[in-house]
Design a protein. Structure first.
Length: 83
């Protein structure tokens, strides 16, 4: 398997780039290439799902969220009485 990482220069050239930083960047790349789900990517990065979404959003990464998933989410919310 070949995985390409597109790490912003300001991050990759930083002398304090930690293990957590590498895991986050790998998770973003894997998610962007649709090799893992959003949930799995956030786990790889060691971040709460919402924090991971904030990060990918700030980088302009598409969340891969389609109409079918939206419909499923609405149905789940209704089943739980939240809508």
């Amino acid at each position: 398997m070949r995985i390409n990482l597109d790490i912003p220069d300001e991050i990759a050239q930083c002398s304090t780039f930690s293990r957590a930083d590498w895991l986050r960047e790998m998770a973003i790349s894997l998610f962007e290439q649709e090799r893992v789900t959003l949930g799995i990517a956030s786990q790889i990065a060691g971040l709460h799902l919402m924090e991971f979404q904030r990060i990918i959003g700030s980088r302009g990464v598409c969340a891969h969220y389609d109409v079918a998933e939206f419909t499923d989410d609405i149905a789940n919310l209704r089943r739980r009485g939240w809508l």
